[in-house]
Design a protein around this ligand. Sequence first.
Ligand SMILES: C[S@@+](CC[C@H](N)C(=O)[O-])C[C@H]1O[C@@H](n2cnc3c(N)ncnc32)[C@H](O)[C@@H]1O
Length: 242
Amino acid sequence: MKYKKIGDVLILDNNYSNDDYEELSKKHNVKTIMKIDHIQGTKREPVYKILYGSETETINKENGCLFKLDLAKVMWSKGNNNERLRIAKLVQDGETVIDMFAGIGYFSIPIGVHSNAKQVYAIEINPNSYNFLCDNIKLNKLDNITPILGDCKVETPKLKADRILMGYVKTTHHYLNVAIDSLNEGGVLHYHETVPEKLIETRPLERIVAQAGDRDVELLKITKIKKYAPGVEHVVIDACIY
Ligand SMILES: C[S@@+](CC[C@H](N)C(=O)[O-])C[C@H]1O[C@@H](n2cnc3c(N)ncnc32)[C@H](O)[C@@H]1O
């Protein structure tokens, strides 16, 4: 694909060249055209270039949810679209959910819109993302999401959640002990990891088991989300912890 449209902003692939940005903006009915070189750091901030227009804040509609965001400040991963809806549909009536790496509400908002969760605690460390998370809770008229600004290592509520989302990659395993401590007996963990293809069936589960201590771990599902790098996949492990 040469481009993706997020709200009324067009993001071009880095190797896509086109000189007539004005024509491209009319063709796709967008106000701004950008290239995002990469997403950097713990707070997942974009390194970008604006090619046409200037306004980078937009509202993206996906799976019946509204996501307000500024593409110069926070990330949007189109490749995670199916996963965002899959998780929302797994949530059962009355569940208490913790979203440890909530961003602008990538998972929390679809859960609020598509399920009857009792309460969702959404923790986010990046103040820009947190502010959009708060806006998105209001925009989608949700009253069962509690946004929390800070490091989930410290801020994860010490309660017995039915489901915990760990939608972050690279060092997610460092947070497994905190997640498992707040997960009810029989609760479900959705643990993300970027993993070399030949380790998909072993390393993520071994890491969960190592942090679960005496508690039993049942592997429910491994879902491949997208290619992360050559030979490396972004996967999510669904595991029940007893
Ligand atoms: C961008 S999301 C991942 C994308 C998401 N899975 C999707 O579907 O598009 C990860 C978020 O975790 C946040 N984050 C990173 N470390 C954190 C921490 N220790 N505590 C809370 N949030 C954190 C980042 O700021 C980022 O907003």
